[in-house]
Design a protein around this ligand. Sequence first.
Ligand code: R5P
Length: 306
Amino acid sequence: MIIGGSASQKLAANVARELGDVLCPIETKKFPDGERYLRIKGEIDKEVTVIQSTGFPQDENLIELLFLIRNLKSLGAEHIKVVVPYLGYGRQEKRFKDGEAVSAQIVSNLIESSGANEFISINLHEDSVRDFFEIPTANISAMPPIADYISEITEDPIIIAPDKGALGFAEEIAEILGCSCTYMSKVRLGPDKVETKIVDVHSDFASDELDSIKKNSKVNIDSVNGKEAVIIDDIIATGGTIVNAIGILKEHGAKSVDVCCVHPVLVNDAVLKIFAAGARNVAGTDTLKSDVSDISVARIIADALK
Ligand code: R5P
């Protein structure tokens, strides 16, 4: 039995279809004073999977998730798998400044103590967030469906990580598609300001990593000349990271630039900024609902639940 929270209803329906499983209806609403109401309608199974992302509005979606888990437990569910495709607060996994709340830890503790028996997420910003849980966890990669999508919209792509943190995603897609990849170096100057530079791929890696460079076909930025460049990142928030990367790719002669991400957080006019910078297309997955959530993670979630 699958239950979709209000942030992930269509995704939950698609996962249920993939698994041939039943969807349990729920009712959620906000009282006039802003408090949340939740009702699970109908009989529940002993084993239930809850699917609910905790993106914007983060606090409301999180509270609804906690209400779902705890309510299921008190209604007799014995094993609850909790799928949070996009984990809000997942980026504060440590105390960067004295006195800060480690919000990823607090949220993880809340999910587990509410009654979750397993936790599954997709491309957690930091895999170490799984260490906050004592229950079994999985952090699934959305790169296979993203690679399928890229293979449909391009003929001869080169995959670009807009910062070193995204290099693993670019390598994974390049490996699946049998193409080259490269990356840029990024420094964050503020919440909505980043500085991006090109790197010499070969001198940036220690010599003991050279084998992996060859194996993964990492190339310097000049190789984008005349090619279909595809940028991949885990999150697009303000779009600043992607806008900078598009500028560099255009300067280096890319024939076209397509943009893919796992989690389309998309603050304000991020999509418009990215198209205005020259992107041919922008696509994200349906871990979050958005105008560009064209790639579904339903199948990889279903596979993880099997
Ligand atoms: C940062 O490490 C992430 O991977 C993304 O690059 C970042 O969240 C993107 O943020 P923005 O769209 O605001 O530049």
